[in-house]
Unconditional design. Structure first.
Length: 76
């Protein structure tokens, strides 16, 4: 279950606190320790295509927007 689906379900269960507590106990999304779902972009919060080199932690789209300010230049 994705995080967004989990949040939608919690909104529906707000009126039933006992069921919401049980739902959280059994269906809470896992904290990821490795893989693409474990890292988010520091700038926009997306998961996926990340540039971790030089400890940037940016997705590729944000990197393209900020690259010149960081001192990177295109070779081709």
């Amino acid at each position: 279950m994705t995080t967004s689906n989990h949040e939608k379900m919690l909104n529906q269960l707000k009126v039933k606190p006992v069921k919401a507590k049980k739902f959280i106990k059994h269906n809470a999304p896992q904290e990821r320790t490795f893989g693409s779902a474990s890292r988010r972009c520091k700038r926009c919060g997306k998961y996926g295509a990340h540039i971790q080199k030089y400890k940037l932690g940016l997705c590729r789209q944000c990197f393209r927007q900020v690259a010149k300010k960081l001192g990177f230049k295109k070779y081709s």
